[in-house]
Design a protein around this ligand. Structure first.
Ligand code: AMP
Length: 284
């Protein structure tokens, strides 16, 4: 595996050989969820690149940018084992040279849910992803369904701007007890970690209620909330039943729906979701 820290090294790598190229954007501190994206990219492309960049533009002033976990050596070993060809780990100055001003605003899909609680977050995400796509010019780019609104934002940007890249989504990888893998899970104390599977249990309860025939979105939200309330350590930020493409809240679930939530457990703010009523291809 080659390692690059500059844009010109990546361009050289891209020009170096033919065939299809994939990009998997990450913020590092990798886990099995990230690895699943790399392995899928490996199966579907001739060459696979992973970017590792903790993007300051997607963190709010009171968020965890400074303490976001990092371990480049461990990440390098994991990526090597997963069959990555190029690891791109740039400095902040390499991505945002002095005077950088352009931002990407994708519109209403970025407004609710995470966008409402984290103002500017998706502007930061869309801006860095567009820049990475411009640097790599990959045939395919891989994202996790774990960050469902991020996926919707990227898909919208790619569609609106006519970017020549195929966006592929991979299912959420979970711990054995259902907790969605996340770099932020390291913030959890042992007690909080024991409580954390309630997030997925609550979403499953919503999905079960839907499978039993319930179509009223507010009833599904209440079902999810009532399971979360069983765990006093959990402080709910939001519970949502929304359109997976537009991320706008639904009144009635007539087609596909994104059941999602954000909750604080101690210092950690965790998000999770499930999609109901969609064909597997849409769900992923
Ligand atoms: P991050 O490093 O958190 O920015 O995540 C990088 C990519 O990995 C994003 O596309 C995430 O959606 C994806 N990802 C994070 N956690 C998981 C997970 N548990 N399962 C699948 N994909 C994930």
């Amino acid at each position: 595996m080659k390692t690059a820290s500059t844009v010109s090294e990546v361009r050289q790598w891209r020009r170096g050989a033919g065939g299809s190229a994939a990009l998997v954007p990450t913020m590092g501190y990798l886990h099995a969820g990230h690895v699943s994206l790399v392995e899928r990219a490996r199966r579907e492309n001739d060459r696979v690149a992973v970017s590792l960049f903790v993007n300051p533009k997607q963190f709010g002033p009171s968020e965890d940018l400074a303490r976001y976990p990092r371990d480049v050596e461990r990440d390098t070993r994991l990526l090597e084992a997963a069959g990555c060809d190029l690891l791109f780990a740039p400095t902040v100055e390499e991505i945002y040279p002095e005077g950088f001003q352009t931002t990407v605003d994708v519109g209403t899909v970025a407004a609710p849910l995470e966008g409402k609680r984290r103002p500017g977050h998706f502007r930061g995400v869309a801006t860095v992803v567009l820049k990475l796509l411009a640097i790599f010019q990959p045939d395919r780019v891989y994202f996790g369904a774990k960050d469902a609104q991020q996926l919707a934002v990227i898909r919208k940007m790619v569609r609106d701007l006519g970017l020549p890249v195929d966006v592929r989504a991979c299912p959420t990888v979970r711990e054995a007890d259902g907790l969605a893998m996340s770099s932020r899970n390291v913030y959890l104390t042992p007690e909080e970690r024991r409580a954390a599977p309630v997030l997925y249990r609550a979403l499953e309860a919503g999905r079960d209620r839907w499978a039993a025939g319930e179509r009223d979105a507010e009833t599904l939200r209440q079902t999810i909330r009532s399971v979360l309330a069983e765990e006093p350590r959990v402080r709910v930020d939001y519970v949502s039943v929304a359109d997976p493409e537009t991320c706008q809240e639904l009144e009635t679930v007539a087609g596909p729906a994104l059941l999602s939530l954000a909750a604080f457990l101690g210092k950690a703010r965790l998000i999770d979701n499930v999609v109901i009523g969609a064909a597997p291809a849409l769900r992923e």
